[in-house]
Design a protein around this ligand. Sequence first.
Ligand code: ASP
Ligand code: MG
Length: 454
Amino acid sequence: MITVMKFGGTSVGSAEALRRVANIVVNTEGDKVVVVSAMSGVTNFLVALVDESGSDISVVLESFRHKHLAEARQIMDEGSPLYEEFLAEFDRRMKSMEAAISSDRANPYYRDLVVSQGERFSSLMLSFLLRSMGYKSEALTSEDAGIYAVGNPMSGSADLSRTSLGMTLNVKPLLSEGIIPIITGFYGMNDDGAPLTFGRGGSDYSAAVVANAIDANMLEIWTDVDGFMSSDPRIIPGAVKIDEMNFGEAAELAYFGAKVLHPRTIEPVRVKHIPLKVRNSFKPEEPGTLIHHLRKPKGDLLRSVATKTDLSIITISSAEIAYRPAMVAKIVEKIAEIDVIIYSISTSLSTVAFLVHNTDVKDTLRQLNGLGGADIERIDVKNNVALVCAVGDNLLSKCGVSGDIFGAVKEAGANVEMISEGASEVSLNFVVPMGKVVDVVRLLHDRYIGVGQR
Ligand code: ASP
Ligand code: MG
């Protein structure tokens, strides 16, 4: 039985939090492989360092060192041989971080190299804490573990087959010796062996990749909330925790708004049917949310409502576009060239509409202008809309459900600007003006989810 356990920034953010994590790890049965984020605040600190060139490096390094050692001294006896060993490795990593920061900024992977440094220190601290408690543990960087990545800077994807080989060679042997590996999250190495990150919040994805590559029996994502919620508790005070979901529901919710998991976490475990639990490291007695394949439909109409705000609809009009599929392909290709995420597409005879982030509108329009005007009659933009993602396993099989939902939206006084129904069997996604989104979510939650229902 192998459990891959991932701990986020707040879970490793202080000596006290690290102790809590160490106890969770050692109280877990069977073999465990741990993946960690950087201590909270550390990645933001490194991002700021890259963005504001001209900072005094020695001051920056000193405050980084201080932040970590202040916690490390609370988990090990200063002056003990173990602390000395820790400090030697810590200083070696500080030196290589300094070299990374001072390296060539023109390197396209410079940002990945610098912002991925934090995980090297949190993993070292947790590993030494476990050792100070009498357990065998080893801190492994993604390079040591053999996590491989491909893709553009700051948005890598794992190379699963190479990573699987890496795990077999570098991590599995440790398990058979009873050693608990603590692996850096957030990045893998590219073809040149240099760090390539999986995007902000990417440690969840790292852990799913490790679980896939080592054929784990369970993935546990330990965070600072109780699990997936029926809605955002900041807007819906009666939001409840969801006990159990299937992969499809969780993937839709994570992608369309719920912040609890990095959206890409589901796929690597879904393909191997590895169950995933989201749990709160501050409340280890709570069971969290279980995401797996086998959940019997509960028959609830709606289980969760999430939103994604600050979006825009770009509508392109062109004569009989529906009969010219190559034209739609050309438009999508043009937008994809600049890596803009399209949250939804809908077409009619003479229009095609795209849902993109407000901040991507300008670049998207520039790309579309590059298409040449002959084919395009008009482009309209509607800013400041929000996507509502209503998730429930029974949603589309039940007759009249969308009618009921849209009835409720109308009651909230909102116009539905765009709909994507049927693209996924578990979710109904539609777009409303930003000013109405809270009312819509409240009404749907009160009416179809209510308090205490799961
Ligand atoms: N430390 C990285 C970040 O803040 C990765 C993660 O936390 O998942 O984005
Ligand atoms: Mg996170």
